[in-house]
Design a binder for this molecule. Sequence first.
Ligand code: HEM
Length: 436
Amino acid sequence: MSGPSPAVDAELDLGPSDADIADPDTYVAGVPHATFARLRRDDPVSWWAEDHAGGSGFWAVTRHHDLLRVSRDVATFSSAKGIRLEEMSDDETAARRTMMELDPPEHTAYRRLVSKPFSRREVMAYEQAIRVLARAVLDDALAGRGASAELDFVDDIARQLPMRMLGTMLGVDDADGPWLVEKGDALLGNTDPEYTSHPVGLVDTDEFRLLPFRSPAGIELFRYAQEQAARRREHPTDDVISDLLRPKVDGETLSEHEFNNFFTLLVAAGNDTTRYTMAAGMKALIERPAVLDELRAAVVAGRGEVVASAVEEVLRWGSVTMHFRRTAMSDTTIGERQVRAGDKVLIWFVSANYDAEVFGDPYVFDIHRTPNPQVAFGMQSPHLCLGAQLARMEIKVLFEELLPRLAGAEIVGPAPRLRSNFIAGIKHLPVRFALA
Ligand code: HEM
């Protein structure tokens, strides 16, 4: 690379520069930032043959600019053949289809049916409920611990809040929370033996091929979703499930199959992603005590703009959803590369979020970064994360409630990472908190 090397926080391990970005095992050691940096510089739209994995190969789009081009152009880059690397037969695609795997205009109609509870306005109305829940989670984890508490930040705090909040919104029993978390983990952690008895790629999962994420957890979640729907049909309630089941102005409703798949999608997408983002943020803050102090001071002083920019930086830094896939519908070009109809195209959010063309000193964790056009939720796409406002609110409230309780924090054990090429997850974060 010409010119001076970019500044790198001492705490960030950039990993190897020649990693196999498709291999789930790669990410157990951490995100191979040096590999993505090399790709952005030397081969920004690179071809990966996937020989050993038996796939048909894919293009890896690694620059911010090219990622936006692919995201925007939904006519050329379709989501309908799947949004992950895995190749699916037509029956698998049809059985497992959620809104993520639809293109406009079907996607537009579907999204209209489900989007209201997740709008900015509705989520603002949930702020107090999120705060009450965050306090309860923190009380459970920290109360009665004296001056210091040793705990797993992921299991004891970050794993609790998103699922219990989603449970509150959906109107399911709070006691079902842990079960739903477990099933959500089995879906998004479908390649990690810690979270599923049937890790895809390691054991035969053929009998589950028609289920979401090829996971047996899908069977149980479908059954649970149906029970919840049946109860609402008998006694309508004021919650998101009832809202989803209610016919809309034009008489449209979700079919039973669509409802099952959407419910399962929420349990998967609304759970681990927010948890792992919180974990990435907490780890980054603990590793930088001066930044932690600064953010705590901003919270205490009610400086909402600093908290808001810190949340955006945590999202960028964590880049938990590492990529989504599209499929080219016609011959086209991305950057200087010729792409053929039918080719798989992976847009690497985790790489675009560290693109030095867009983010000055991308390897520095800067809670004041402005502007911060991070793409953790996607960007300029009709598929932009439906839960973005909810996730932002939960991360903000957690830090607002937690930081004033801390006099200090340290990491006291290893922080193992998820075996996945899709989700960048810190599975456990053992910490010692000095309590204020
Ligand atoms: C920090 C947490 C989260 C991250 C990083 C994240 C990331 C993403 C990304 C990258 C996409 C695809 C964007 C694209 O294709 O352009 C997406 C879509 C989606 N997310 Fe999230 N997400 C998070 C939290 C949530 C939450 C809390 C929910 C729901 C409760 C949720 C529900 C969805 C849904 C339903 C979609 C599909 C939207 C569509 O296809 O129109 N996500 N998310």
